[in-house]
Design a protein around this ligand. Sequence first.
Ligand SMILES: *[C@@H]1O[C@H](CO)[C@@H](O)[C@H](O)[C@H]1NC(C)=O
Ligand SMILES: CC(=O)N[C@H]1CO[C@H](CO)[C@@H](O)[C@@H]1O
Length: 308
Amino acid sequence: MGMDRLIRRFRLHLLAWLHKSRHVLILGPILFVRYFSYKDIKKATDGFHRIIYTDSHRTAYKAKFQDGGVALVKEVRGFNQGKDVFYRELQLLGRLHHRHLLQLRGFSTGQKRLLVFDNVENGSLKEHLSDPLKTPLNWRTRLQIAIGVAAALEYLLLFSDPPMYHFSISSSNIMLDENFTAKLSEVGLLCSCEDYLTMPHASCSEECMAQERGNVILQLGVLILELVTGQSSEKGGHADLIQWIQGSRFASSMHRMIDPDLGNNYDSRELRNLLAVAKLCIKSRDKPMFSVLHVLHYLQQKVDVPHA
Ligand SMILES: *[C@@H]1O[C@H](CO)[C@@H](O)[C@H](O)[C@H]1NC(C)=O
Ligand SMILES: CC(=O)N[C@H]1CO[C@H](CO)[C@@H](O)[C@@H]1O
C-alpha cells in the first residue's frame, strides 16, 4: 500500500516536472538570441534618451552597457501579437546570418518590446548621402553598397526558410559599419501586404509573398537611384526618382541628376549599367522580368567591381 502511494506521488512529481519543462520547451527554442533585462537596457540607453533616430514608425537607441559593449536597440512597434508569436518571429530573425544584415543579438520585453542588434559605427547610408558634414561616399563604395544589399536580399529570399521579406529598403535603413560595409537593418516581423499587416511574417500567404517580391525589386531599383543621385527617396522623392528614370528625357538629364558629390569621379560605363539595372528593377514591379538574383549577377559581372 505504502509503495502505491509512493509511486503515485512520484508520478505526480514527474508530471509536474514535465509540465514545467514543457513550459521551458516553449521558451527554449530562443537559442539564437539572448534575453536582456529591461532594466539593463533602460540604463544602457540612459532611460531611452540616447536616440539614434526616430519617426512615426520606429525609434532606435544606442545602448552602452557597463561591460563596455555597445549595441543598437530598436523598439518594435505595431506588432501586437502574443508572446508565443513574438518569440517565434525572434527565433526566425535570430537564425539569419549574413555579412550584409545587421545581426540580431537579443531582445527585451517590458513597457516596450525591444530588439538588440550589433552596433554600427558609421550610421545610416542616408546620413552619408545627405549630411554635408559627412565625407561623401566614393563611386566604388556606392557600388559595393548596391552589391551588398542585393546579396543580402538574395539570402533572405532564396536561402532562408521561410523566405524573409525586408519590407523597407531605403537609404535610412541601410547601416554602414566602420569599413562602410552595408548592413540591412529592417527585416520585418510583419507581412507588409495591407491585408496581412497584422499577420506575423511566418504566416504570410503565397499571394502576399508574390506582392512583396515585387516591392522588394522596386525598392532595390530606387535604392540604386539614391546611390547615383544622392537624393532621398523619402517624402515623395521615391516617386520623383521613378518618374525621372522612366521619362523620355532621362538620357539628356543624366549629367544633372548625378550626385554632385561624385564630381567626375565615376566610371561612365558602370554608371550607365547601373541605371539600366535600376530601370529594369522598377519595371519588374508589375511584370516580373528581373529578379534579385539577376540584379546581383548583373552587378557582379557587368559592372566591374571586385567581389565584396
Ligand atoms: C574592417 O576592416 C579591417 C581591415 O580589413 C578589419 O580588421 C576589421 O575587422 C573590419 N571591421 C569590421 C567591423 O568588419
Ligand atoms: C565618415 C565617417 O563618419 N567615418 C567614420 C566611420 O567609422 C570610423 C570608425 O569608427 C571612423 O573612424 C570614421 O571617422
